[in-house]
Design a protein around this ligand. Sequence first.
Ligand code: NDP
Length: 337
Amino acid sequence: NRQVTLASRPVGAPVAANFKTVETPIPTPGEGQVLLRNIYLSLDPYMRGRMSDGPSYAAPVGIGEVMGAGTVARVQESNHPDYAAGDLVLAQGGWQEYALVDAKAVNRLDLDMQQPSLALGVLGMPGFTAYMGLLDIGQPKAGETVVVAAASGAVGSVVGQIAKLKGCRIVGIAGGPEKCRYVIEELGFDDCIDHRADDFPQLLKAACSDGIDVYYENVGGAVFDAVLPLLNAKARIPLCGLIAHYNDTELPPGPDRLGLLTRTLLSKRIRMQGFIIFDDYGDRYGEFLAEMGDWVRAGKIKFREDIVDGLENAPKAFIGMLEGDNFGKLVVRIAPD
Ligand code: NDP
C-alpha cells in the first residue's frame, strides 16, 4: 500500500521534503470495517493547516502519519453487512492507495454517477461550502453586487454561479487572463479581475461601480485590502478562507490596518462571519445535494476539474495549488474508475 505521509512540518510554503512516500502491507478489515481502494483523492487548501501544529479548529496530522483527505473509492473487501466489494463510496481515505475505515464513516455513491470525482467538488465539500456560505451568511438579493476571489476554483466558481442564479451582478477575482476569461465566458460572471495586475485595486473599483454588497472571502491579503474600501453599508462577508495567509510565518508588514478594518465594519454596519462547513452546516448536506444535483444536471452550474494522475504527484500538485497552479477543482486520480 503506497502512502504519502507527513515527513516534517513546513516553515512557510510547503516543499517536497515535507512529504514522504512509504510502502506498507495492505491491511485486512476487522469487524465493522471496510477496505477501500482509493480512486480519486481530493486536494484542498485546508490541508495546509493540518500540516502545522498551531492552534486550529482541527487536530494536525502527526509526523509520519498519512495525510488525510476525502476520497472517492471502491470497496475492495467488506466486513460490514451494508457494503460489498465493488461499491462506490465517499470516505476519508487519505493520501494512499488503500484505506481501512469504519463502515459507519463511509457514504455510498450512486453507481451510475457519470463522474464520481464530482463528489469531491461541485457535488461535495467545496460545492457545499459555496452554497451555505453564500446563501446562509451572504444572503444575496437580486440586483446586489457579489464579489468572490479564487473565482475559477472549486468554491469560488460555484459561489458566483449561485449568486447569478439569484439575480446578482457577480464580479470574480482570479490569477491571470486565462482564468479570468474562463470565469466570464464559461461560468457567466459579469466581470473578472486579475489580482496580479499592477492596477488591480483600480480595476476592481471600476468593475464594482455600485460598490460591493456581498464579499465572499476566500483569500485575504492584498485582495481584501482592495475590497475593503468598496464595501457598501450593510454588506455581508462570509469568511470562508484566507489562502493568501496559509503560509505566513509572522504577521504581514505594516502599516497596521486593523483600525481601518474595524472602523469600516462599524461605520458601515458590516457583518463578517467565519464558518467551518461541516461543523456549522453538517445537518444541511442533504438539502444542498438535492438542489445542487438539480442545478448541475440542468447545466445551470458548470464546473471544471484539474485532474492530476498518480499518487506520487500529489505533493507537487498540492504545493502548486497554494500558488494558484490549479485551474478548477484539484483532484488526483490514483486508480482507474
Ligand atoms: P481553489 O480551487 O480555489 O484553489 C486555490 C486558489 O486560491 C488558487 O488556485 C489561487 O487561484 C488562489 N490563491 C492562492 N493564493 C492566492 C493569493 N495570495 N491571492 C489570491 N488568490 C490566491 O481552492 P478551493 O476552492 O478548494 O478553496 C477556496 C477557499 O475556500 C480556500 O481559502 C479554502 O481554505 C476555503 N475553504 C473553506 C472551507 C470552510 O469550511 N470554511 C471549506 C472549503 C474551502 P488564482 O490563481 O485565481 O489566484
